[in-house]
Design a protein around this ligand. Structure first.
Ligand code: ASP
Length: 320
């Protein structure tokens, strides 16, 4: 049995409002990805690690998601991207923080995983490592789309108005500012050999302070994979860091012997008091899937046994 699960971020408050115009493109993107990579995973052409890397690269290339091209802009109007990846087979991991010059942040994390030491690079050293390793480079003008520039301007204006520069506004997910929902991306996979892997990539949050690091590149917070569980999180990163969310989920399964669904719910309950609005995707070695979220929406989908589904709100859509 093989399973591929992806997410494209979670956000928004209040009841489901239906699909936006841009959501149709996101649905098509997720469907194509799941069918293409899910099928290759199924016939044993890809390992779990290769599948999550390729899935995240695919989502990084879709400008409607907040990762790679189309990442949101920080307070200085710059794209700064974080990513991490973990192989459950042997516990190898890689992570990159604050990348500004690469097309695929997950490729930088993957190259660190392959080298095994060091595990993390940040800032200009991470970009330089990417360049030295032959990762595809990109410039800020290409990474920052018109939509993201418009979102940043809206954020900036709102922040200048008295009373709007409160902490919640600064911590708001970009979805809340634009009401469109464009998120961090992630993938978890189970391959034909029974191995698991997880990967996550993000531009963070619109208007984040320069240098701010969320949960996405923190192994154990935004990303985790071991022999039994693989997890990728999305949401207000600080809460996922404070609760070691992804690793907590795995511990719930590994040591407390919870079902995957209970373990995932328990983590969502734990992040909530810290303001951790968001969601996560998780799979177990038995092929169970959990995709809980406590926001208005979460872009998500899975492919297993020749069939799959994608969803944003309560309705789901089959993959032919
Ligand atoms: N978790 C990401 C961060 O805190 C944001 C997100 O998932 O939307 O940077």
């Amino acid at each position: 049995m093989t399973v591929l699960v992806i997410h494209g971020g979670a956000g928004g408050d209040g009841p489901w409002r239906g699909l936006s115009d841009l959501d149709h493109e996101r649905i098509e993107c997720m469907k194509e990805l799941l069918k293409s990579i899910g099928t290759r995973l199924e016939i044993g052409e890809l390992s779990a690690l290769e599948a999550v890397k390729l899935a995240v690269e695919w989502l990084e290339d879709e400008p409607l998601f907040n990762a790679g091209r189309g990442s949101v802009l920080d307070e200085n109007q710059r794209v700064t991207m974080d990513a991490s990846i973990m192989d459950g087979k042997d516990g190898r991991a890689g992570a990159a923080i604050g990348l500004q010059r690469v097309r695929h942040p997950i490729d930088v994390a993957f190259k660190l995983l392959e080298q095994e030491w060091p595990i993390m690079f940040h800032g200009s050293a991470a970009d330089e490592f990417a360049f030295q390793q032959g990762c595809e480079m990109a410039d800020q003008n290409w990474l920052a789309t018109n939509l993201r520039q418009a979102q940043w301007s809206k954020w900036k204006q709102a922040a200048l108005r008295p009373g709007t520069t409160d902490e919640d506004d600064m911590a708001a997910l970009d979805h809340d500012l634009e009401n469109e929902g464009h998120g961090t991306v992630g993938a978890v996979a189970l391959d034909v050999h029974g191995n698991l892997a997880a990967a996550t990539s993000t531009g963070g949050m619109t208007g984040k302070p320069a240098g701010r690091v969320g949960d996405t590149p923190i192994i154990g917070a935004g990303t985790w994979a071991d022999h039994n569980v693989a997890v990728s999180c999305t949401g207000v990163g600080e809460a996922f860091i404070r609760t070691c969310a992804a690793h907590s989920l795995a511990s719930n399964v590994n040591f407390l012997e919870m079902t995957l669904a209970d373990a995932a719910t328990s983590v969502m309950n734990a992040v909530e008091p810290f303001g951790g609005r968001g969601g996560l995707i998780a799979i177990s070695k038995n092929g169970e899937v959990a995709m809980p979220y406590q926001t208005r929406l979460m872009y998500r989908g899975y492919y297993a046994n020749g069939e799959g589904k994608v969803a944003i709100g309560p309705e789901d859509y089959g993959i032919e």
